[in-house]
Design a protein. Sequence first.
Length: 514
Amino acid sequence: MKKIFNFLLLAGIFVSCRETSKVAINIDSVASPKGTETFQPDWANMVENYRFPEWFVDAKFGIFIHWGVYAVPAFGSEWYPRNMYQKDSREYSHHIETWGAHTDFGYKDFIPMFRAEKFNADEWAELFRDAGARYVVPVAEHHDGFSMYDSELNEWNSVKMGPGKDITGLLKTAVEKQGLVFGLSTHRAENAWFYNGGMKFPSDVQDASITLYGRRYDQEAYTEDFAREWLAHTYELINKYEPKLIWFDWTVNNPVMMPYFNKFMAYYYNNALDWGEDVVVNTKQGYPTNMQVWDVERGKSGTMMRFPWQTDTSVGKKSWSYVDGEENKTPEQIVHDLIDIVSKNGNLLLNIGPRADGTITDEQKDVLLSIGQWLKVNGEAIYGTRCWKKSGEGDAEPTKGSFTDNEATAYTARDIRFTTKGNDLYAIVLNWDDAGAVIKSLDRDAIADAKILKVSMLGSDGEIKWEQTDGGLKLSFPANRPCGYAYSFKISFDRKVGEHLESEAVDEVMKHGG
């Protein structure tokens, strides 16, 4: 039977496992099950037909969730399954000392220990809502090859093993019940080579029957056969869960993978037309930024971007998944980064790493809830906003580029970020100063023919004294702080002042770095 299934897969056909209906899908076609084929797998066609969803541009803040079997060893990072097979690594030594030889106890042997016995999707979704998130992106499958969903194509999944639950399906239901947008990430492309270290010394990776361990390729290289397999798994996720966002890691820009990724995007966008939904794809590099969203890992763009983009980063500094001894960022640091990102036309996708039992640490909960408290006061200056003619002003130089955001930037009241909505300009001052603030960008000539009608601070009833001079807009602070960090002045004009992206934004559709 397995041989027959593999033949059908290679022929390009598999059966969806949706409970409502079973649909035969040809992975050589980009037409949706209903026959929609507006989108074709070429960039010119997709650029012409794709529009960024308003929900995504308005949302600004989402939650990422790295949770899987790797939470059981809780050592190093979510790359434990790779590094435990890398001789001379910390994980390799730790594994032998703690769990035994790799021939006796391999990564697969953690699966029965991953029980998720305290997992409650509704509690998670309520927490994410209270954190102020507008969309949620659980990892449906990480590099380790263990599917956190009910897969017909991968027997190593959370329904047949470990938790005995469709984690992805449960989260989709809970998240949407809270009015949040559901997305997911898939890292199956990286599974092809992830365990290759185990081929260099005696280990269970050398047992070819254990399909969890992927293709065991020597390096980050791909074959047409694997690309077709990857495409089938990705189609399955689309058909089963209808996510409004799908996030990918870096190797989908591999030359062998790229034609198949183009097919995926066309198929996904065609299905979204049938669903009547607007959807988003996230990649790190290699694809035009005007037909999907450019994503920066653990860092930020150094300037405003013409097209929507996203930072993905984690509350934890050491790992994306739960590990013992994690060091977490402060809410203030994350809020500052959120403000800087939004002022440059970006979104923040913030990750948490739950324990293997399904609980989220109190420290990470507290960070999320603190962000939510700040957004309750200042959300008007974040949600649904658009860029001004410049992202901000100030003396501090924020970090930019990938893998740069572990250290917090020290801001003063001279550091200000701008957003707009209708006739209102929001100037978010990144620190408090009893002496007040001066917004140099708002001198008398800043906005031609526009008159300031009122200045207030979100969350405060205190009077704001202001004066527009040749040197800038001078503002007083109210007597009491409305929140713990970052303070939003609302400056109301007599006409619309926003969406001037052409002034500062980088008009670059093949963005590869910070």
